[in-house]
Write a protein that binds this ligand. Structure first.
Ligand SMILES: [Zn+2]
Length: 311
């Protein structure tokens, strides 16, 4: 009986919340010690399993670092749209906080000198946006670039740590063919090229080659929209289920709701086809998160000024 009461006391002090075990052990006064010890061992095992296994799910945040200055006709961002419809432009970075310890930045936004134009309003430096949700730039473990347009990649120098992920063909075009005579480098910037080459020389760049590849546990990338040479979007496991971070592979909800391509792609048919695939990948169209739609801030819960949590 002395050993039994010692074990009971030990359980009460070690596991004050495990009331089930507590009650169970009380009712087992007449069980032999072997059975009681095996129950304790089993519960300890279950506890250690539940503590050591991450589910690879992420809390997802959209952070608006810049706004467009005027309302835009929907036909500009989605040729074929109803002439009465219009949209508001926003500029985002996204942050994924994993239960596996990964702290992932999706795109890096722009530095201030690129935003000095009448088209833009309310610039906040992307690293300062992250500070609003208590994320320090040195905590970032990974940076995924959806594509190398300046409003997505120019802020790279604000983020000195973390593995950088980018599609191999997008990188090759960005640093090579884009600058050959007659080639298209609309939206690409020479300074950003130098910056990503330096990141590669520093051993930070990890190139991804292809479609439907899980690059980090719980994060899978897809291609096909051809917004840039090989732009990519992400399917992320979250507590709210699967969330699709479309970035510029769907500029606005208007594009994904109507399966209407943006004008800025080398293959409009492929772009529209990708919008349909996104709908299959994510049942709830609200969770196809567009790259430039101010509606994102209205559709999700605000957690800080300019920041919403996607859930
Ligand atoms: Zn873009």
């Amino acid at each position: 009986m002395l050993i039994e009461s010692f074990i009971l006391r030990l359980i009460r002090t070690s596991f004050p919340n495990l009331s089930k075990i507590h009650t169970l052990v009380y009712s087992l006064t007449f069980y032999n010690m072997k059975q009681i010890l095996s129950i304790i061992a089993m519960n300890l095992m279950l506890l250690s399993v539940s503590f050591s296994q991450p589910r690879n799910v992420y809390d997802i945040y959209a952070l608006e670092y810049l706004k467009g200055s005027s309302r835009t006709p929907a036909s500009v961002i989605a040729p074929g749209a109803d002439p009465k419809d219009s949209v508001d432009f926003s500029y985002f970075i996204w942050y994924l906080n994993g239960d596996n310890g990964r702290k992932v930045l999706v795109d890096a936004g722009m530095l201030e000198d690129r935003t000095k134009s009448s088209n833009y309003l309310n610039y906040v430096r992307p690293d300062l946006m992250l500070k609003r949700i208590n994320v320090n730039v040195n905590d970032i473990t990974d940076i995924i670039f959806t594509h190398p347009h300046s409003d997505h990649i120019n802020g790279l120098e604000l983020f000195p740590t973390g593995t950088i992920w980018m599609q191999k063909k997008d990188f090759a075009y960005f640093v090579g063919d884009a600058w050959q005579k007659g080639a298209n480098h609309l939206g690409l910037d020479k300074q950003d090229v130098k910056c990503i080459i330096q990141a590669n020389l520093d051993g930070r760049l990890q190139l991804v080659d292809g479609d439907s590849i899980e690059i980090i546990p719980g994060i899978r990338v897809f291609i096909g929209s051809r917004h840039t040479f090989e732009s990519q979007h992400l399917l992320v496991d979250s507590n709210a289920g699967k969330v699709l971070l479309a970035s510029d592979d769907s500029w606005f909800y208007y594009n994904s709701d109507h399966f209407l391509s943006i004008p800025l792609t080398s293959d409009k048919e492929a772009y529209a086809k990708e919008l349909r695939r996104m709908k299959i990948l994510v049942g709830d169209p609200r969770l196809i998160i567009p790259g430039h739609d101010a509606l994102v801030l209205e559709r999700f819960k605000k957690v800080a000024e300019g920041v919403v949590r996607i859930q």
